[in-house]
Unconditional design. Structure first.
Length: 70
């Protein structure tokens, strides 16, 4: 009987871990898409436009990463 109770409790934990993993993967996917969108938008700007906003082309990846991941 204790084994059945332990298994039932373990199944709940497994379900919770699976949900947590799926949520984590979904969050990661959303952040990766946001990074790529931000990067692409900045990269599409001309050097003159980037200069106007005080950004060097070499800093685009760092800025996109900071924007998304903090």
């Amino acid at each position: 009987m204790a084994h059945v109770i332990s298994t039932a409790h373990g199944t709940h934990s497994l379900t919770a871990r699976i949900r947590s993993t799926v949520k984590g993967l979904a969050d990661s996917w959303v952040k990766a898409r946001e990074f790529q969108r931000t990067y692409n938008e900045l990269d599409a700007l001309s050097d003159h436009e980037l200069s106007d906003i005080g950004v060097r082309r070499d800093d685009i990846a760092d800025l996109a990463r900071q924007h998304v991941y903090g």
